[in-house]
Design a protein around this ligand. Structure first.
Ligand code: NAP
Ligand code: ZN
Ligand code: ZN
Length: 346
């Protein structure tokens, strides 16, 4: 066991404060990672606020982890001391069910172990990336290609894979018209990845405030959803729409923007349910779907893809004492486009 510095929320909605946590001794299949950078995902905020239901406190959030391997267990073969590595939203799963065998560990039939706010297979509470070190089974650690700086790579471990997985699954590529709803942490990676896959990308944002950025990130078009004309002009135009919005949305209007046989894939995780008029789906044989992060092998594929296309996140690097301010800014959609904590400041 070792004691490491971390930032934790002591109770639901409490501000994050410096504390210390224990990390387990490095087992035969474990790697010890010196965390260099940790992204702030809106999911961290939902969970600190207990917006998704009962959570475990104290909570050390953080599932966008980039760092360097400093020790490996005796049986480790995939990683070596000095390697640049990442950890995302999962640190274990059953490894036996159909989904685990197919590389879909995020949908593990026996439940995956979340990087934080979870209980691992030993019965210990998990603590995330807002900390200086973490011990993780080598099979749930991915390699960060050397050409990707660790600070801009960190957000790929959640924001990157959460967009890459559905874009691939729903066949996004040349000739496809794609809309990304919400230009935040997830959304801006969605624009970059969909454009790199060769699709024609439109951003649907609340206002035109970030239009210039959206076009630079690779979008062809950028529309304000506060303008009713957006919904009449773009009706029936898209093959795939991915919504990354963290709040309840009027999905009926967005579904109407799909072509016949189009799909709206929701990855946003608002705290309240939404209602949809199903006639919007029936009419065009449209699909309303969801998607959760991505498997371990696919996360590696995404990192290699991002390295090949030189895609890192657009980040604002902060020190640990700025986490609470960053949370407020994310909640008011004031983020361009991911806050990343320099963990040396913890
Ligand atoms: P974020 O950086 O806050 O981005 C969300 C964006 O949604 C905002 O930047 C804003 O974009 C838009 N938005 C916010 N409130 C809105 C409202 N009331 N109406 C319309 N649009 C609004 O958050 P994130 O980190 O990208 O995460 C987004 C959501 O995905 C969160 O709910 C998070 O928990 C969830 N998530 C899901 C998965 C998964 O596996 N499915 C993984 C990670 C995160 P504009 O300013 O451009 O309008
Ligand atoms: Zn996340
Ligand atoms: Zn499983």
């Amino acid at each position: 066991m070792s004691t490491v510095a971390a930032y934790a929320a002591a109770a639901p909605k409490a501000p994050l404060e410096r504390t210390t946590i224990e990390r387990r001794a490095v087992g035969a299949h474990d790697v010890l990672i010196d965390i260099k950078f940790a992204g702030i995902c809106h999911s961290d905020i939902h969970q600190v606020n207990e917006g998704w239901g009962e959570a475990i406190f104290p909570m050390v959030p953080g599932h966008e982890i980039a760092g360097v391997v400093v020790e490996v267990g005796s049986e480790v073969t995939r990683h070596a001391v000095g390697d640049h590595v990442g950890v995302g939203c999962m640190v274990d799963s059953c490894r036996e069910c159909d989904f685990c065998r197919r590389g879909l560990e995020q949908y593990c039939a026996n439940g995956n172990t979340m990087t934080y706010n979870g209980v691992d297979r030993r019965g210990d509470v998990t603590y995330g990336g807002y900390s200086q070190q973490i011990v993780v089974d080598e099979n749930y650690v991915v390699r960060i290609p050397d050409s990707l700086p660790l600070d801009v790579a960190a957000p790929l471990l959640c924001a990157g894979i959460t967009l890459y997985s559905p874009l691939k699954h729903w066949g996004v590529g040349p000739g496809k018209k794609v809309a990304i709803v919400g230009l935040g942490g997830l959304g801006h990676m969605g624009v970059k990845i969909a454009a790199a896959l060769g699709a024609d990308v439109t951003v649907l944002s609340q206002s035109l405030r970030k239009k210039e950025d959206g076009l630079k990130l690779g979008a062809q078009d950028y529309r304000a959803t506060s303008d009713p004309a957006t919904f009449t002009e773009l009706a029936g135009k898209f093959d795939v729409i991915v919504s990354t919005v963290s709040a309840p949305l009027d999905f009926t209007s967005y579904v109407s923007l799909l072509k016949t046989d189009g799909a709206l894939v929701n990855v946003g995780a608002p705290e309240e349910p939404v209602s949809v008029n199903l006639f919007a789906l029936i009419g065009g044989r449209r699909t309303l779907a969801g998607s959760m992060i991505g498997g371990i092998a696919e996360t590696q594929e995404m990192l290699d893809f991002c390295a090949e296309h030189d895609l890192g996140a657009e980040i604002e690097l902060i020190s640990a004492d700025q986490i609470n301010t960053a949370y407020e800014r994310v909640q008011s959609s004031d983020v361009r486009y991911r806050f990343v904590i320099d963990t040396a400041t913890i």
